[in-house]
Design a protein around this ligand. Structure first.
Ligand code: 13P
Ligand code: SF4
Length: 311
C-alpha cells in the first residue's frame, strides 16, 4: 500500500495496522457503509454476502470485521476456528434486535408447516431457529426456490420481506422489523429527485419501503450497486437510496458518475462507529473477540450454508 498520499496521523495508524496485520496473519473485511478511513485499510470491501463468503474461505488466522455485530457473528459461525474481532463492540444493528428467540419460537409453534427464512441482519439465535438465511443480494433467489404454495415466515425485515414475496400474495407471515435508516426513505423524496434530475438512474436498497422500491430502476444490495454502476456511461447522474456512506464506496469504483443521495437523513450511526484507531487497537489488544456457543453456531451454520449453496 502506498502511504505517500495518506494524511499525517492517519498515515501513522495505517502503517501500524499494516504491520500488525502481517504479524498476526490477519485479514480486514470492511462493509461498504464503513467510513472512508476504514475502507482505505480493507483487504476486501463488500456487502454481507460477499464478506460472508470471504470469511468462510479465508486462510488468515484472524478476521477483523469492520461492520456491525451480526456480520462478525456470521463470520465466526462460518469460521469457528479463527479469531474474529469486531473493532467497535457497540456497533450493532437495531433491526437485528427487533425479534427475539421466544417470539420466533411462538410463531413457529403456531405455524408448524411454515419454512422460516431469516435475513442475515439477525442474531445467531434467530438464525439457529431458521431454515434458510438470506442477504439482500440473494433473498429473492432463495424464496424463488421454495414451492409457490409453501407457507413462509420471513424475519426480521418487513420491507425486504414484502419486496421479495411480492409475487406470492398468500401464505406468508412477515415479521414487522425494519432498518431505521432505510425505513425513513419516502416515495416523494425519490419523485422529487427524479423531477430535478430526469435523466438520472435510481438505485435503491431493498430495506426501503416497497412504495419507494417501486420507483427505482434497480433494487440492489450494496454489492449489487457497486456492480450496477460499473456499466453506466461516464457523467451519468445516479440517485442513491441507501445509507449515505455508500456514495464514498461508489466513488471508489466510478468517480466519473454524479451521485445524488435520495435523502439527507440516511446515515447509519452504527456503521460509522468504527474508526481507524479502533482497527489498530483491535489488532494490538485482540479485541473484541466475537464467539457463538457451539450448539447455536451449529444450527445457525445450517441455515447460512443453505443460503450459500443456493448462490
Ligand atoms: P448489504 O448486504 O446489501 O450490504 O446490506 C447490509 C445492510 O446492513 C444494509 O443496511
Ligand atoms: Fe442495520 Fe440499517 Fe445500519 Fe444496515 S443500515 S446496519 S440494517 S441499522
Amino acid at each position: 500500500m502506498d502511504l505517500s498520499n495518506v494524511p499525517g496521523s492517519r498515515q501513522e495508524l495505517t502503517k501500524e495496522i499494516l504491520e500488525l496485520k502481517k504479524k498476526y496473519n490477519a485479514v480486514i473485511l470492511v462493509h461498504n457503509y464503513q467510513l472512508d478511513e476504514v475502507q482505505s485499510v480493507a483487504d476486501h470491501l463488500g456487502d454481507s454476502l460477499e464478506l460472508s463468503r470471504l470469511a468462510a474461505k479465508t486462510s488468515a488466522d484472524i478476521i477483523v470485521f469492520c461492520g456491525v455485530h451480526f456480520m462478525a457473528e456470521t463470520a465466526y459461525i462460518l469460521s469457528p476456528t479463527k479469531t474474529v474481532l469486531l473493532p467497535e463492540i457497540n456497533a450493532g444493528c437495531p433491526m437485528a434486535d427487533m425479534i427475539n428467540p421466544e417470539q420466533l419460537k411462538k410463531l413457529k409453534e403456531e405455524n408448524p408447516d411454515a419454512i422460516v427464512v431469516t435475513y442475515v441482519n439477525s442474531s445467531a439465535e434467530i438464525k439457529a431457529l431458521s431454515d434458510y438465511c438470506c442477504t439482500s443480494a440473494n433473498a429473492e433467489k432463495i424464496v424463488a426456490t421454495l414451492p409457490a404454495n409453501q407457507k413462509i415466515i420471513f424475519t426480521p425485515d418487513m420491507n425486504l420481506g414484502a419486496w421479495i414475496t411480492r409475487k406470492r400474495p398468500d401464505n406468508k407471515i412477515i415479521w414487522p422489523g425494519y432498518c431505521p435508516v432505510h425505513h425513513r426513505l419516502l416515495p416523494f423524496e425519490i419523485e422529487e429527485k427524479k423531477r430535478q434530475f430526469p435523466d438520472a438512474v435510481v438505485i435503491v436498497h431493498p430495506e426501503a419501503p416497497i412504495d419507494v422500491l417501486k420507483l427505482a430502476d434497480a433494487v440492489e444490495s450494496t454489492g449489487g450497486m457497486v456492480n450496477y454502476v460499473q456499466s453506466l456511461p461516464s457523467g451519468k447522474f445516479v440517485i442513491i437510496g441507501t445509507e449515505a456512506g455508500m456514495i464514498n464506496r461508489l466513488r471508489r469504483v466510478r468517480s466519473d458518475l454524479v451521485y445524488i443521495p435520495a435523502s439527507p437523513d440516511t446515515v447509519c450511526s452504527n456503521m460509522k462507529k468504527t474508526r481507524l484507531s479502533h482497527v489498530r487497537d483491535s489488532l494490538l489488544f485482540m479485541q473484541h473477540k466475537i464467539t457463538v456457543p457451539d450448539e447455536i453456531a451449529e444450527k445457525a451454520r445450517r441455515s447460512i450454508n443453505r443460503m450459500l449453496e443456493v448462490g
